[in-house]
Structures are given as C-alpha cells and as structure tokens.
Write a protein that binds this ligand. Structure first.
Ligand SMILES: CCC/C=C/C(=O)SCCNC(=O)CCNC(=O)[C@H](O)C(C)(C)COP(=O)([O-])OP(=O)([O-])OC[C@H]1O[C@@H](n2cnc3c(N)ncnc32)[C@H](O)[C@@H]1OP(=O)([O-])[O-]
Length: 727
C-alpha cells in the first residue's frame, strides 16, 4: 500500500492506493499526509490533484480498523482535510468510481472536485452507526445547503455524478480522463484566490424555516430508522452547523461521534456490513466455493407466471439487462400480467431518467410475452413463479424438462415447498435450484438460494452470481420446510397471535415491535402478506388445523397449542390489505393505511370469552422477548440442522428480507448483545410456563453456547466443531 506522487508540469498528482477500494486506513492517511506535506513544501509544485488508484477514488475510512482503539488509528482524517483546505496551493479531487464517507470528506477539503460521469458520492456513515466525523456534517451544509445536506447525511444515499453536479457537490462531470481534466483545472486555477473554495470559511445558507426543517427531518428519521441513534445524531450535528461557527461545529461533531461510538450500534452495523459480503462468498461442505466453481453465464431468461412475484422478477432481470421471455398460461392472465409488467417497466424507466440516465429505455433488457412454452427452448435459465402449489409446479417442471435445452437451469420461486420433490420429476435434478425472491421482487434485496439434495455446485454458483447481477444479496440455505426466513417468521407470527388470544391489544404489540426497530409490526405484516396465504402456510406446516367452526377455536392438538384465528378471519373474508380488512381496516381494498377496527375488537373479546382463554396482559419488554426470542431460538435450530452456513446468514436474511433493525446487527447478533445465557434463561422460563409451544423449547446449540458464557458470535463456529452446515 502506498501513496505516491509524481509531478506533471507544476501539478503534483497524489494517488490513493489501498486495494480493493482505497479505503483510508491509518497507513494510507499517514502516507497521504506525508505526500501532501512534500507537495506543499516543494516550490516546483503549484497545484495538487488527488485521485484514486484503479479507477476508484476512495470508499471512505477503513471499516476494518473501526474496532481498533482510536489512539492506535493514527492521524485523523479531519486534520488532513483542514491541512488541504488551508494550504495556499489549489487542490483538486479527481473522483472516479466512488467518493464515499471519509472519501467524500477528503474531497470536500479540496478546493475543486471533478467527477467521472459514472462516479457516485455520498456520506453513508449513518448506515454504519456513526456520522461523518471528518467535517462532513459541517462542510457539506456549507456547500449545498441544509435541506440537501440533511437528506444525504441522514439517508446515506449514494448520489450519481450528474445529480452531484446539480446539487453543487462537484464542479464538473466528465465522460473520460477524469485525472487529466482535474490536472487541466488545477493548472487553470493556479494563482487564483481560494477564499470562496474553502468550505469551512463559508456561511451556511439557512432558509428562514430552518428549525422546522430540522424538526421535520427528526420526525422522519425516528420513523424510518426506529430505535437507531445515529440518524438523530446526524441531525444534531447539522443543527450545529446552522448555529455555530465551523470550529465549534466540529467540536459538536466530534462529541456526537464519541457518543455514538460508546453505543453498541456502530459495531452491530459494521458487523452487518461485513456479514452481507461474507455470505455472498458461499462455500459448500464439499469444499466447492465461489473461488473454485465458475458460474455459467446467463444471457437469456424466462419467467413463468406473471402474478405479483413473477412480474417483479421480470423487472429485476430487465434491470440487469437480461432479455426475458415472460410466459402465462392463458390469454386473460397474459393480458393482465403484461399490463402489470409494462407499467412497472415504465416506472423503472422514469426512475432511471430521474437519476440522469439519458438512454434509460435502452438500459432495460427487452421483455417478450408469450403463451407458448416452445419459446423457452433456448433460454439459459427459467424461473417459475406460479401459485404455491406442488402439483402445479411439478407439472410445469415435467413440461420444462422436455422443452428446455439440457444446459438450462430451472429455478422455482417457492417460499417453502420441497425442492427435491420438484427436482424428482425432471430430467436434470442437479440443475434445479430454489430461488426464493421477496415481494416486491424488483425492490427487495434478498434472494434465498435453496440448495436441494441433488443441486450441483455449478447450479449454486450460477444462482449466487445471478443474485449479484440482479443487485441482490444471495443467501444460500438448505431445503427445509419454509427454508430459513419463513421458518423463523411463522413462529414469530404465531407467538404474536397467541398474545392477542390472551387479551393483549394487537396495536400495542405492533407498536412495541416497531419501537424496537422492526419495519412493521407482526399484524401489519400479516395484513400485507395476506391472511389467506399465511393461513394456508400455517395449515400446511402443522401450525394450525384446517377445520374450524366459526368462533370456536380448537386450540390444542397432540398437546401442541394452535391458533385458529387466522382461519376464522379468512372465513369472514378478512384477508388483509387486499380485501380492505384483516387485523386492521383500510380505506379500500388494496389500501395501505392501517386503522384500528372496532369490529375486530368486539369480535376478539367475544372470541376470548367463548374460548375461555386465560388473560395474560404483558409488558412491552416481555412482548419483545416472547416474540423475538422464538426467532433467535429457531435460528439456533436452523444452525443445528445445518440449514444455514452460519449465524451471519440468518442475520443477513432478516436484515435484508424482514425489516429487522440493522442497528442491532440481526437476530443472532442481537442474541449475543443481550447475552446468550440471558436469552436461554428467559426461554426456559417461558417454555416451563407454556410447554405446549415447541418454539419456546431452547435449542441444544443455544444451551451449549450459553454454557460457555457469552462467546462472541464470530467464535461460535470454532467453539462447536460438531455443528456443521449440511448444505
Ligand atoms: C473518521 C470517521 C468518518 C469517516 C467514516 C467513514 O468513511 S465510514 C466508511 C464509509 N464508506 C462506506 O460505507 C462505503 C461502504 N462500501 C460500499 O458501499 C461498497 O463496498 C462499494 C460501493 C465501495 C463497492 O461495492 P462493490 O459491490 O463493488 O464491492 P463490495 O461491497 O463487495 O466491496 C469490495 C471489498 O471492499 C471492502 N470494502 C468496501 N468499503 C470498505 C471500507 N470503507 N473499508 C474497508 N473495506 C471496505 C469490502 O468489505 C469488500 O471486501 P472483500 O469482501 O472483497 O474482502
């Protein structure tokens, strides 16, 4: 790793070099400081350009060093930005690839910024549980104003170069030769006064309603990042820029940074960041991995079924510029499905145009609609996304076997059906993969890649690569009923329903779990997913019984507790959002705004009386434990069964697919934060009181780990050698 400098006429070019993303490690900051000092002292140098090696300016501070004590982290980037800004020679940042976090702060210290058209800039620190603590919260508002700076700093959003130019973050956008252009600009401005280019000296342009703006931002982040402290600290730091001179603002920025660093949030978020990258590097127990098994190229795809899931998958593929053939079973369905797809495609095109892609229409892969299976003959991959019905799926796969070329991969978008049973009717069981997308499939990041008994490592490699190409996070899971995400989720939802049966208010349960940080409480989530879908799933997987007589709950079977409530609500045509009523009522079928429903409350109190449920009103703390500890416990059971490679996989699934708050790291990381012995003791207590709920029975893996104290999550695998992935 080095920072080297060479002189091009009177301009010194300093190149940041720390592969793969030129992150600002202590060593790099030190080297940069040294090179800058030399350039400033060298009388032959009249201007300086800072750029990044291999087409990447800089992805910010080196996150791997965050766990080092701060005194061991070397010189602070903040001092460096001040050094750059205050020196008399103009400094130009040549931004290629990314300028993120500390990388953008470094560029903001420079007097001018030139960006490549494909570069992206942003301050994503908030997503790592911290704030831009190298002057970003003070310099950016001075450059682009309070409103725009607040948006960038509190969302962590990456802004494409053209938008950055409009906002005033960069001075120029070029199509090629960014460094040459930066050198040209540097030469041009030699000798010109730098006062107006030194951001720390500029006043913050405040709109008259600045306090209202800050208050509005606070309300927004409290809702969007429930329970997380860093977004609120970001707003406080920007408030300091409004009211205090630069140096005082910097003091406040540092104070808030120290405060956040003393919480668990940065560690949890940084764990989540690396976990996402780790799970993408899958490895099978056979030794096969992303390093040894090359994925097959996917040039063309087909999607069968154009319902909500299928349409979203088509859009995902089109966005990745993969030509798609979209197939439906009859004219009527094709007509409905194609309209849905075309309207989504139009929306995506518009979004891309707004982001500055001028040729947006050409940047989506073509979609062709058909009723003819024969057209699927030559595609590289088929993703079936029909109704969740084994008989239907098997029929389709049998048919595909006879039509598709032998090298074609056949995937099923099921949320929990047996992949092996589907594979058994085909001529190529080794090429059958489960690809469990999450709705809406063109937006949600998660893709569970399900490894069946016969699935080959090439098929896995191809599916994991496809996830990457679609901009998704692929997580490899085993072929167990409901796979991993839903296996944990159904137990959690069931726990929430039990609480309602015991006289607790569903609105309170939702609110408590949302305050914990979940994107949506369990009852709102059920309404969104559809109560009929969930009811079918509960019956199919033994969590409820198909028969019910209105109002009378058969709430035990084989000494296991069940709830028939979902089925009873479905009998009353309360299917959730889609029918305009479920656990809540909505303004119309398909409405989104959940409102408390007096009818449901009356019904529940009658139901409670008729069924003689014991009343157990519980505290918010217990709601959290009761509902979330079953997720954790089942997570340990998944690991025990070898259905996920490690706890990180479960956390990534929950963070990216189920709205789990990243500032707690994910359910398994959260368990280690609470302490495994504490989680175990609580589960034991709840199970003793409720032996009819198997989800509360502590897993032996949890017991074994808790017996060792509370070992850090990254040591779990090594400590329990016998537990191994069966993927
Ligand atoms: C002083 C306080 C103020 C400043 C605070 C900050 O700056 S906070 C920082 C604010 N900055 C951010 O939050 C930026 C976070 N990074 C990103 O958003 C993306 O990584 C990307 C857009 C830079 C590249 O996306 P992509 O899909 O092309 O690739 P990819 O994502 O797979 O990453 C490739 C490899 O690079 C690694 N790595 C990446 N960044 C860092 C880092 N900063 N550090 C260390 N490592 C980093 C990553 O782990 C992976 O390593 P592996 O697994 O190969 O060993």
């Amino acid at each position: 790793m080095a920072t080297f400098r060479h002189i091009c006429d009177s301009v010194a070019v300093i190149t940041l070099s720390n592969p793969p993303v030129n992150a600002l490690s202590s060593a790099l900051i030190q080297a940069l400081q040294k090179a800058l000092g030399e350039a400033i002292r060298d009388s032959a140098v009249e201007a300086i350009v800072i750029c990044g090696d291999k087409g990447k300016f800089c992805a910010g501070a080196d996150i791997r060093e965050f766990n080092k004590p701060s005194q061991k982290r070397g010189p602070h980037l903040l001092l460096l930005t001040d050094l750059i800004e205050s020196n008399k020679k103009p400094v130009v940042a040549a931004i290629e690839g990314v300028a993120l976090g500390g990388g953008l702060e470094l560029a903001l210290g420079c007097h001018y910024r030139v960006a490549h058209v494909q570069a992206r800039v942003g301050l994503p620190e908030v997503l790592l549980g911290i704030l831009p603590a190298a002057s970003g919260t003070q310099r950016l508002p001075r450059l682009i104003g309070i409103a725009a700076a607040l948006t960038l700093i509190t969302t962590g959003k990456y802004v494409p170069a053209r938008e950055a130019l409009k906002l005033g973050i960069v001075d120029k956008v070029v199509g090629e030769n960014t460094v040459d252009e930066a050198i040209r600009l540097a030469k041009k401005v030699i000798g010109q006064p730098l006062g107006s280019r030194q951001l720390s000296t500029l006043p913050v342009q405040c709109p008259p309603n600045v306090e209202a703006l800050l208050a509005e931002a606070m309300v927004k982040v409290k809702k969007q990042f429930r329970g997380a402290q860093s977004p609120q600290a970001c707003i406080e730091a920007v408030r300091a820029a409004v009211h205090l001179p630069y140096t005082e603002g910097i003091k406040k920025e540092q104070e808030l940074y120290q405060f956040l660093n003393a919480t668990h949030e940065p560690r949890a978020q940084q764990y989540a960041f690396f976990a996402e990258r780790e799970v993408a590097k899958w490895t099978l127990p056979s030794g096969a991995s992303w390093k040894t098994v090359s994925p097959q190229p996917i040039h063309t795809a087909a999607v069968i079924g154009l319902g909500t899931m299928g349409s979203g998958i088509v859009i995902s593929l089109a966005k990745a510029q993969i030509p798609v053939i979209a197939l439906e079973k009859d004219k009527k369905q094709l007509n409905i499905g194609s309209k849905a797809v075309i309207s989504l495609l139009d929306r995506e095109t518009l979004k891309m145009k707004q982001l500055g892609h001028t040729e947006a229409t050409n940047s989506l892969g073509p979609v062709r609609f058909t009723l003819d299976y024969g057209e699927l003959r030559d595609v590289d991959i088929v993703i079936e996304a029909v109704f969740e019905n084994m008989i239907l799926k098997k029929e389709i796969f049998r048919h595909l076997s006879g039509i598709c070329k032998p090298e074609a991969f056949l995937c099923t978008n099921t949320s929990g059906l047996d992949i092996d049973e589907i594979a058994s009717v085909t001529d190529r069981p080794q090429m059958i993969v489960g690809t469990h997308f999450y709705a809406p499939a063109h937006i949600m990041k998660l893709l569970e890649v399900v490894h069946g008994r016969y699935t080959s490592s090439i098929s896995i490699s191809t599916a994991m690569q496809l996830a990457k190409n679609l901009g998704k996070i692929g997580v490899l899971v085993g072929n167990c009923p409901l796979f991993v995400g839903n296996r944990l989720m159904v137990l959690y939802l069931q726990q929430a329903i039990f609480l309602v049966e015991e006289g607790n208010k569903l609105e309170e349960i939702d609110q408590t779990l949302e305050n914990f940080g979940l994107a949506m409480g369990p009852f709102q989530m059920m309404d969104l997913a559809g109560l009929d879908t969930l009811w079918g799933c509960h019956v199919e997987h033994g969590l409820a019984r198909p028969e019910q007589s209105s109002g009378i709950s058969t709430h035990h079977h084989s000494s296991k507790r069940y709830s028939q409530l979902l089925g009873i609500l479905c009998e009353k045509s309360r299917f959730g959002q889609k029918s305009g009523q479920g656990w809540y009522k909505y303004e119309k079928p398909g409405g989104r705004k959940a409102m408390s429903d007096p009818w449901l409350h009356n019904f529940l109190s009658e139901y409670h009386g008729v069924n003689n449920f014991k009343t157990q009103k519980i505290t918010q703390e217990k709601i959290i434990e009761w509902c979330l500890y079953v997720i954790i416990n089942e997570g340990f059971k998944v690991l025990e069964d070898g259905m996920a490679s490690g706890p990180e996989d479960i956390d990534v699934i929950y963070n990216s697919g189920y709205g789990w708050p990243k500032h707690t790291g994910g359910p398994m990381y959260y368990a280690s934060l609470v302490g495994l012995p504490v989680v175990l003791t609580k589960l034991e207590k709840y199970y003793e009181a409720n032996p009819d709920i198997p989800g509360l029975k502590p897993s032996s893996l949890l017991k074994n780990l808790a017996a060792l104290g509370n070992p850090p999550l990254k040591e779990w695998r090594a400590l329990l050698g016998s537990w191994s992935s069966k993927l």
